[in-house]
Each structure stands twice: as C-alpha cells, then as structure tokens.
Design a protein around this ligand. Structure first.
Ligand code: KG4
Ligand code: ZN
Length: 337
C-alpha cells in the first residue's frame, strides 16, 4: 500500500548495490516489470562477491537490463514520472554504476531523480503485496545487514540493534564456502537442510545480555570451522551439518525478534532481505509468532532478495512528498537508515 497520490506514478527503479543488476518499472503498487540479472556464476568460484568484477559486470549489464524492464512494462522513458536509484549502502563501485545511469536518464529526459537507501527498499517492499499497517517491527536480514527496526511510519524508522560482527546471510555464505557449496550459500544450505536433521550437531548460539538488542554470528562460523577441522566431512552428512547450522542461525534470529516485539508491545512483524527467503526462518517465525498472537508478514520470494521494484516503491513515496535528489547525488558505501 503506497500513499494514495503515488497510486498512478510510473517509476523506473535501478538497483546495483552488490552483485545483482536490477531494473523495474512500477505503476502505483503494480510491478509492470522487474528484471534481475544475477552475477552468481561470476562470483561463485571465489566463494563471495569480488567488488571489481561486480562493478565491471554491472557496467556491461545495466543498459540492456533497463531496456528490458521498459520493454516488458511497455513504457517509454518519456512516460515515466521519475527515476529511483539505490545510492547506498553497498559496494561503492557497484552503486556508482546505477547512480550514474539514473542521473544520465533523469538529466536527458528531464525526470525527477530520487536516491534511495537500499535498506528502506527491503523494509518497505512487503507493502507492495500486503497491507501492513504501521507500526511494525522489521527484522531486516540480508547478506550485509542483520538489524531490527521499528517502522513507525513512512520514513520514520528506529534502529533497535544490529549484528556485532557478521550478517546472517554472510554466516550462510561463509558456511557454504567452508562446505564447498559455492556462492551464494543461503539458498543451497536451505535446500540441503530440508533433508537433514537439525539436532544432529549442537552448534553454539550467541545471546546478548538481557536488555541488549543485537546479533552475533562470528562465533557460530568459527564453531563450524573447528567442527570441520575436528570431524572432517565424513562422520556427518552434509544435509545434517546444513540443517544443524541453519537451526542455530534461525534460533539466533527468532528469539531476539520475538523478545523485542513483546517488550515493545508490537503486534506485527515483518521479515525482509535475502535471508527472509529461508524456508526454516519463515516457518519458525510464523509458528512462534502465531503462538504469541503476532502477525507475520514476509515478502514473496522474488521480493526478498535484491530487486529494483523495492527501490522504485521506496522512491515513489519520497517523490510524492516532493523530495528530489540533485544531479550531484553520490553513492555511499555506508548509509544509515
Ligand atoms: O538482500 P540480498 O539479496 O542482498 C543483500 O542486500 O545482501 O541478500 C543476499 C543474502 C545472501 O547472503 C544469501 O545467501 C542469502 O541472502 N539468502 C538466503 C536464502 N536466499 C538468499 N539465506 C538463507 N536461505 C535462503 N533461502
Ligand atoms: Zn539487499
């Protein structure tokens, strides 16, 4: 649900903050086109994103992807009401590609330009598909971030706490690398875990002292490395290692989130970001939230991971407010929400 005056706006969204090159055209809350070109095959041999390769591939892909989105939407550049682009946080070389293209299009066609915080895109995207009244608690869990926010209204977000070290997606990706499963690892671990035993190995869970809101995954990652050094790969099935590791990650996400909802008296929880695609996290949040009388909202799978529809959506309401970015808009690797 967007502010009513955004209902008829046609917005081009561009997203290049990490390794996916994405463009989308949104009219109100209708996604006319959403194209995501993944670079997984480029980065998989390295077990993680290589920034220099990511920006080079964005440069090759961005114009064809924008063209494809406009073509699929059946919209000409002249018919757009604005261009929204991720301007941070992320890999600065990657961000610059999207920002430069968005600025060029906006300038050439005289369109309003709006720089969007990637995290706001993740936080709001669920409202493209479902009515989620403010306020809500948002667990934003991706490859670069693991944070809890209270969303009190459009643009009114309060950070409760975040990870002290790795993000949950990073914990999945690094585990997959140790297990030789390629990149990105979350999806592979999720799939393997479906036929594994989550209680086969008891990995440690980090819990912050009571009263503190936050997460920590580096100890779990070290525990897996030590486990693999001690046990090798032969004494346990990969499926059991994946399921046990995933269960530890999910435990460390679910418990603080439910606690925060209870302490703040919030009845609605949104889970978003790439890791919100995790089937076990979705299941546990749904079941345990329900037991406590909480409503859970999760985007559909294609909107969990990076996409440009979420950027167009977050940009649209800002444009409706009259916000504009100047043509000297810059990319910022670190950009708090
Ligand atoms: O939001 P996103 O696409 O990019 C960032 O903003 O970081 O999130 C990517 C992260 C990766 O770490 C990836 O392994 C993880 O999301 N991911 C998953 C699943 N699908 C993607 N993690 C666990 N289970 C999944 N099914
Ligand atoms: Zn993301």
């Amino acid at each position: 649900m967007a502010p009513s005056s955004a209902d008829s706006l046609s917005i081009l969204g561009i997203e290049t903050s990490c390794d996916d090159t994405a463009a989308a055209v949104l009219r109100g809350t209708e996604i006319l086109a959403s194209v995501v070109s993944s670079q997984d095959e480029v980065h998989s041999p390295y077990g993680g994103v290589v920034p220099e390769l990511a920006s080079r591939h964005h440069m090759q892909n961005i114009l064809p992807i924008v063209d494809q989105a406009l073509h699929t939407a059946g919209v000409q550049l002249d018919q757009l009401d604005g261009v929204a682009v991720t301007c941070g946080p992320g890999l600065v070389g990657s961000l610059l590609v999207g920002v430069s293209v968005a600025k060029a299009l906006a300038m050439a066609k005289g369109l309003p330009l709006i720089g969007v915080n990637h995290l706001e895109g993740h936080l709001l995207v669920v409202r493209l598909e479902q009515e989620v009244p403010f306020p809500f608690l948002c667990l934003l869990v991706s490859g670069g971030h693991t944070s809890l926010y209270v969303a009190r209204g459009w643009g009114d977000y309060h950070l409760l706490g975040g990870t002290r070290d790795d993000a949950a997606g990073e914990a999945f990706d690094k585990a997959a690398k140790m297990l030789g499963l390629g990149y990105p690892g979350g999806r592979v671990i999720d799939r393997l875990a479906q036929s594994g035993n989550p209680t086969a190995i008891r990995f440690p869970r980090a819990h912050l002292k009571s009263g503190k809101c936050g997460f920590s995954f580096s100890g779990l990652k070290t525990a897996l490395r030590l486990f693999l050094q001690a046990e090798g790969r032969t004494s346990f099935r990969d499926e059991d290692i994946a399921a046990s590791y995933q269960e530890a990650v999910v435990d460390m996400l679910v418990e603080p989130t439910l606690r925060a909802a209870r302490e703040l008296g919030l009845e609605r929880i949104v889970v978003s970001g790439g890791v919100s695609a995790n089937s076990r996290l979705r299941q546990r949040m749904l079941e345990e939230g329900k037991q406590r009388g909480l409503d859970l909202f999760v985007p559909s799978l294609k909107l969990c991971t990076d996409n440009a529809a979420m950027i167009a959506f977050a940009g649209a309401w800002r444009l409706v407010q009259g916000q504009r970015s100047a043509l000297d808009l810059n990319a910022s690797a670190v950009l708090p929400l």
